[in-house]
Design a protein around this ligand. Structure first.
Ligand SMILES: [Zn+2]
Ligand SMILES: [Zn+2]
Length: 302
């Protein structure tokens, strides 16, 4: 059993590299630019804000970072849909607006859900919890080595958290009451990444984001790194729900990590693949076996 899992890990890492081809060099370059320059861009704005007031900076900054990155990610994919870019799609299934007879009802549900979560639920949660924020909020910009030490730790902690909560949410009773909503989109689209029950939004989306900095020690984390971490997570979940797998994407480059196809499989087959960033727990517990079997079969048929 252990040998088989180890074989799976090695095979999957090679599969991911092969799937990217030479685009991997572009992806690595983009990833470097992303991790190096985005915190700097945040700082360019941050230095003109009332940064001495942690409460305001936590509540308003977290909210704005969330809304801006969510809007940017969605705009990018909406433009791709409008331009009918089909290259790099994970499969050729029709998009929900092409095949789903209830599409307009779903759009209304999506808008209502986003309006509730993003215009009411999220700001309320931040206003209530903001008094407990302890982030660094001085004017000195965190350096690259600090960012590159803290972000992978947050990813690792988040991965354990999300895997556990997500797996629990697939228990029949909780699935029916809470998580089924997120699974309404079998062919997942970016806008569906926050289409969730409010309890799922709190326990999986929000606490998943907060648990890394909390366990690491918020006092050791700068607000800029916190904002950057929000952007990373929103971009990666948007990518995971987009239906596209770009070989040049700077997302999903970490070793022993997921791909966009990994989460797409979770939506299309509704079995296994509970991870967000790293797949370590998934591999140890063997919950990615149906996916590994699926892609091995797919590779053989090519
Ligand atoms: Zn699920
Ligand atoms: Zn999902």
């Amino acid at each position: 059993m252990f040998r088989k899992r180890l074989e799976n890990v090695i095979w999957y890492e090679i599969y991911k590299i092969k799937a990217r081809g030479l685009w991997i060099f572009v992806a690595m370059l983009l990833a470097f630019a992303y991790y190096y320059y985005v915190p700097h861009l945040i700082y360019m704005v941050y230095k003109y804000t009332p940064h001495e007031n942690l409460y305001i900076m936590y509540v308003a900054g977290t909210y704005l970072t969330h809304i801006i990155s969510f809007t940017l990610a969605n705009t990018f994919y909406i433009v791709l849909h409008m331009l009918k870019v089909e290259k790099w799609r994970i499969n050729s299934q029709p998009w929900p607006w092409e095949s789903d007879k209830d599409w307009y009802e779903k759009v209304i549900k999506l808008i209502k859900n986003h309006a509730f979560i993003q215009l009411f639920f999220l700001p309320m949660t931040l206003i209530i919890t903001g008094h407990n924020a302890r982030y660094q909020h001085h004017l000195k910009e965190p350096d690259f080595s600090e960012t590159m030490t803290q972000i992978p730790i947050f990813m690792l902690i988040e991965s354990f958290w999300t895997y556990t909560i997500h797996r629990i949410l697939h228990e029949p009773w909780l699935y029916k009451k809470i998580h089924k909503k997120h699974h309404e989109f079998g062919v997942s689209i970016t806008a569906a990444n926050e289409y969730t029950h409010p309890l799922e939004f709190v326990f999986m989306n929000s606490l998943g984001l907060a648990v890394g900095p909390f366990l690491y020690g918020q006092q050791k984390v700068h607000l800029i790194t916190w904002y950057f971490w929000i952007i990373i997570r929103i971009f990666i979940t948007s990518d995971s729900h987009s239906g596209y797998q770009f070989p040049w994407s700077p997302m999903h480059l970490i070793p022993f990590g997921t791909t966009a196809e990994h989460h797409y499989f979770h939506h299309s087959h509704n079995v296994g693949n509970y991870s967000s960033f790293f797949t370590i727990l998934e591999t140890i517990l063997g919950t990615d076996q149906p996916y590994i079997d699926y892609i091995r079969k797919k590779e053989k048929s090519l």
